[in-house]
Design a protein around this ligand. Sequence first.
Ligand SMILES: [Zn+2]
Length: 412
Amino acid sequence: MLDPSRILERCDALARHSELPGGLTRVFLSPESRAASELVLGWMREAGMGARLDAIGNCAGRYEASEPGAPCVMLGSHLDTVRDAGRYDGMLGVITAIECVHALHAQKKRLPFAIEVLGFGDEEGVRFGTTLLGSRAVAGIFDASVLSLQDASGVSMEKALRDFGLDPQEIPRLGRKKGQVLAYAELHIEQGPVLEAEGLPVGVVTAINGFSRLRVTLKGEAGHAGTVPMRLRRDALAAAAECVLAVERIAKGDPELVGTVGRLEAKPGAINVIPGEVMFTIDFRAPRDELREEAVSRSLAEAGRIAERRGIKTQVEPLQSLGVTQCSEWLMVQLERAVAAEGVGVRRLPSGAGHDGMALKAITDIAMLFVRCKAGISHNPAEAITREDAAIGARILHRFLSSFDAGHRLSA
Ligand SMILES: [Zn+2]
């Protein structure tokens, strides 16, 4: 039977494998990630799965179908963390999936499809600065050029994989073909405050928001803070301040849009020097691509006007952007049935954060179930969920699996 205490105990057990004493930091291909993987592989085997560490360092478990070799429903999430992380972001999804298989195994129940559970080795991208490495490999969209990326100590990803005992040449073989995976479903903490505010333990995700990231550099003129009169200044930081407020104003223009300036660096950075050059980043996210794209172009136009008025030069560098990843209606409907069968109110909501489903979408339809977390806090040691919510999430995922019907794919 499903055991929510075991789910929480296992989250605690994984949290003990951390490079940060007294906190939780566990990055891709680290000694801590090896120890965590060994625990997870053991739990997978105990739940009746064949389990191995794959060539990119994912924990990959498979519970056979009633007919061996049948296509699978894939469940999963990630086992890496951000720095000074919480213990549920990622891990809860992997451990709950294992718990569901454990319950089927205990009843000696096989389903008409296999269940694969993936504990992805890297989703957060902390070590090499590029995200979704584990799920990209499984989706067959791993970009081999990232193997030459180096971590902060100058170790390349290729070397890190080899030192971990893995063969990077094998990564292309991890890619599943379309048809082998009937659906990908992920349980994850919400990482936001919506469910708690509405008194709901879970929510069904509609889409993973697209994002655009840019770097803007403003070039004015540095000068003596005492001698240059105000009217003759070209202060790049004062211009940047106007730009930051413009980003905020534009983002506030639509309840579905969020916009953030998360980094700002002023040069030369001295108390008695007018800032001559400022770099800042912009991050926009939205559940609709046109909304996000319009916000980006309005912000850049506004920055251009601000700079012109102040005699400042602008330079814009797009860093990364990705369109919205839609969850599939036929899977949302099946998840909602499982939610309703638990007597829980059905709530749909978009995901503001990125998730492994963005990569898996390349080979299959995806669904996500969000579990309420305390005060919407994540990426923080204060991240918390209740035992009751962990139990409800597990029951819903188990019900979704047991009644999963691949034939119920709605025509788009
Ligand atoms: Zn996560």
